[in-house]
Design a protein around this ligand. Structure first.
Ligand SMILES: *[C@@H]1O[C@H](CO)[C@@H](O)[C@H](O)[C@H]1NC(C)=O
Ligand SMILES: *[C@@H]1O[C@H](CO)[C@@H](O)[C@H](O)[C@H]1NC(C)=O
Ligand SMILES: *[C@@H]1O[C@H](CO)[C@@H](O)[C@H](O)[C@H]1NC(C)=O
Ligand SMILES: *[C@@H]1O[C@H](CO)[C@@H](O)[C@H](O)[C@H]1NC(C)=O
Ligand SMILES: *[C@@H]1O[C@H](CO)[C@@H](O)[C@H](O)[C@H]1NC(C)=O
Ligand SMILES: *[C@@H]1O[C@H](CO)[C@@H](O)[C@H](O)[C@H]1NC(C)=O
Ligand SMILES: *[C@@H]1O[C@H](CO)[C@@H](O)[C@H](O)[C@H]1NC(C)=O
Ligand SMILES: *[C@@H]1O[C@H](CO)[C@@H](O)[C@H](O)[C@H]1NC(C)=O
Ligand SMILES: *[C@@H]1O[C@H](CO)[C@@H](O)[C@H](O)[C@H]1NC(C)=O
Length: 611
């Protein structure tokens, strides 16, 4: 009963009190400055929007409880000292797109709760030390797109809470060694479009907490050893659009423990295997748009945890077998827009881990080497760009998803190599002659030819005994120790075929050697087996005499001809030149010293007096 009377009364009383209090609070907050003239205030969100109002100075009397102050797109030129000092509650100050040239010392004093300060697209040339005093809680600073050429020592020393700084688009030329001192919480640094020609290693040393560093559009030409040595916490490094960057020194990434590395749109001509190899925690690697033609076998095996590898638009011709050996977690491979004819299953550690594969926009030959992709075409994610057969006449333009299972046998086939001329090649020659062995093979794809010497070591395309481009083996100036059986192996993805040839070189008795052959021996490049021959000759006095005489005559006649020519020429020109110095290498001397020309360069000089 009593309740019925008392409760409503009490409720009314309470409401009254509440109303009074609310009115008082409203009055208390509203009475001080209303919204300053050209600005728009949002009392609920505590935002003051003064953007695009042709302001030349920061308006006075701003509501002191504002959280956000937007002053973008005005004509403010100078930030005078202490002009924001009443705005102790401000979180966000946006001064982008003005014409700020000068920031006075203590300009932001009082903004003790500010989290974000944007000064992008102004005309700052220099930031004085002390400009950021009082911004103890600032987390993001954007000074990108100004005209700052130099960052001075201790510029940011008051920004202990700063996590991200954007300094891009500044034509920055130099960062002083202590410029970043005090930025102990900095996690992200963007240096987009700077004219820095070297990594500011000393300055970066101060940023021990950095986790992400971006260099975009820079003038770097090389990354020297230890460029980032104090950035042990760095997880992500992006270097892109540095068109002159063509080398990474072996220890350039030393000290880093990255999980993500991008070096794209630069001028690297090879995968930087050595600089990368210690990055065992790397999961993401992007080397796109560098002129890299090949990924070699077994050189990335230290990147145990790599999950994503991008090498787009690089002009890649080969991915060798074993290229991704050791990369057991490789999930995504993006090599689109290259010149690959194939990508063999043997390139991978295991194709079972692969989920995303981009090999579109290449010159794919649809043969047995790509059968594994076709078999997995329903499970692999091609990112909407399935691979397309390019070089085979029969399926030109077909994409891999268009083949039905029924068609598959008989398509994507290879033909084992077959060596065409299997007739016996058993050659007997005299020492010093040149021998050619043939090894022609056909197959699909075109077989790769390897020649092995009698010791079963592969021969290369340079040297006295070499493999020619057409697969033939050439033995020049055959010597007795070249004798033996040579093996040609023609192999492709479908198998191999081999052919054995034999060579027998008769050594000539020493006395019957022709001095004219000696000439051609001497003409050989040093380091070839000539050493053996000439050593024997040094004991053959008769041959040595003949050689020395011939050498001396030919040398003397060249000098005489030269002398006569110069004499006639100087007469004809009427020019006066009385002496001439001629450097020469005496041939006879060379014959007995097996090519040690260095000494003769010093002594082999002849000074002549001209008439
Ligand atoms: C300030 O205003 C401009 C123009 O209205 C807008 O683009 C910008 O995002 C605003 N800044 C903030 C921090 O809200
Ligand atoms: C910085 O580089 C850009 C483009 O490379 C160039 O236009 C500009 O003049 C350079 N600035 C300075 C100060 O060298
Ligand atoms: C890139 O490197 C090649 C040689 O490797 C060189 O010819 C070319 O000029 C370089 N490009 C630039 C932009 O420096
Ligand atoms: C970089 O370090 C590697 C390995 O220690 C060394 O071989 C190389 O000479 C160094 N390069 C330079 C330019 O110092
Ligand atoms: C390298 O980074 C990984 C994670 O990114 C971390 O687990 C590991 O401890 C780090 N190693 C060193 C030596 O700092
Ligand atoms: C592969 O690279 C292309 C070109 O850079 C890009 O558009 C695409 O998103 C990448 N695909 C994957 C699966 O990462
Ligand atoms: C291979 O090339 C060499 C020289 O270039 C030539 O003498 C030889 O006949 C060629 N062999 C074949 C099988 O065409
Ligand atoms: C040639 O093929 C056989 C199997 O057919 C293989 O055992 C051998 O290792 C291959 N040889 C070479 C050099 O590839
Ligand atoms: C010279 O050739 C013989 C075989 O004819 C060989 O045993 C010897 O080691 C060779 N000497 C040198 C210095 O190459």
């Amino acid at each position: 009963m009593f309740d019925h009377i008392f409760l409503p009364f009490c409720r009314q009383l309470c409401w009254g009190a509440l109303c009074l209090w609310a009115a008082w609070v409203a009055c208390a907050t509203q009475t001080p400055p209303p919204c300053p003239q050209p600005c728009r205030c949002n009392a609920v969100k505590l935002e003051v929007d003064c953007s695009d109002r042709q302001l030349t100075t920061v308006p006075g009397n701003l509501p002191q409880d504002s959280r956000l102050l937007n002053l973008t797109h005005n004509k403010i030129k100078t930030l005078v000292h202490q002009q924001f000092k009443t705005l102790t509650q401000l979180w966000d100050l946006d001064l982008s797109d003005n014409i700020v040239v000068t920031i006075e010392v203590d300009a932001f004093l009082g903004l003790q709760n500010l989290l974000t300060l944007r000064l992008a697209r102004n005309h700052l040339k220099i930031i004085p030390v002390g400009a950021f005093v009082g911004l103890a809680k600032l987390q993001l600073l954007d000074i990108s797109d100004n005209e700052i050429l130099v960052l001075l020592d201790f510029t940011f020393r008051d920004l202990a809470a700063l996590q991200r700084i954007k300094v891009g688009e500044n034509d920055l030329l130099f960062i002083s060694h202590h410029a970043f001192t005090g930025l102990t919480s900095l996690q992200e640094l963007h240096l987009d479009r700077s004219n820095l020609t070297a990594v500011p290693t000393e300055a970066l040393k101060q940023l021990s907490g950095l986790t992400s560093l971006h260099f975009r559009r820079c003038g770097l030409t090389t990354l020297p050893n230890n460029s980032f040595r104090h950035l042990g916490r760095l997880k992500e490094l992006v270097i892109s659009h540095c068109p002159w960057l063509d080398t990474l020194a072996g220890n350039s990434l030393f000290g880093l423990n990255l999980t993500s590395l991008t070096i794209s749109n630069c001028n690297l001509s090879a995968v930087p295997y050595i600089p990368l190899h210690h990055l065992v925690y790397l999961t993401y690697l992007d080397l796109s748009f560098n002129p890299i033609t090949s990924i070699h076998g077994n050189l990335l095996r230290d990147l145990l945890r790599l999950q994503e590898f991008h090498l787009v638009g690089a002009g890649l011709l080969h991915i060798e077998l074993g290229a991704f050996q050791g990369l057991a977690h490789l999930k995504s491979l993006n090599v689109s827009k290259n010149l690959l004819t194939t990508l063999e299953e043997g390139a991978f550690h295991s194709v079972d881990s692969l989920e995303i594969l981009r090999i579109d926009n290449n010159l794919l030959a649809c043969d047995c080497r790509l059968l594994w992709v076709v078999h997995r075409r329903r499970y692999l994610n091609f990112g909407g760009h399935p691979p397309i057969c390019t070089t085979s006449v029969q399926f030109q333009g077909w994409n891999f998803l268009e083949f039905s299972d029924a068609e598959l046998p008989g398509l994507f086939t290879c033909r084992k190599p077959h060596i065409l001329n299997h007739e016996l090649q058993d050659v007997q020659v005299d020492q010093g002659q040149t021998v050619l062995f043939y090894c022609n093979a056909d197959g699909e794809p075109v077989p790769f030819i390897v020649w092995l010497n009698p010791q079963l070591r592969p021969l290369s395309s340079i040297g006295r005994i070499r493999v020619l481009a057409n697969g033939s083996l050439e033995v020049r100036y055959a010597q007795p120790q070249d004798s033996g059986a040579y093996l040609c192996v023609a192999s492709n993805a479908a198998g191999n075929d081999s052919l054995t040839v034999s060579l027998h070189v008769h050594s000539l008795p020493l006395s019957s050697r022709n001095p004219f052959r000696l000439e051609s021996w001497i003409a050989l490049p040093s380091g070839s087996p000539t050493i053996n021959g000439t050593q024997q000759f040094s004991f053959d006095v008769k041959t040595l005499l003949i050689a020395v005489t011939i050498g001396f005559f030919s040398f003397f006649s060249s000098v005489t001809i030269c002398f006569i020519f110069m004499f006639l020429w100087s007469k004809g020109k009427g020019q006066i030149k009385h002496t001439a110095t001629i450097a020469y290498v005496p041939r006879s001397a060379m014959a007995s010293s097996n090519g040690g020309t260095g000494n003769y360069m010093e002594s082999g000089r002849l000074t002549m007096k001209l008439i």
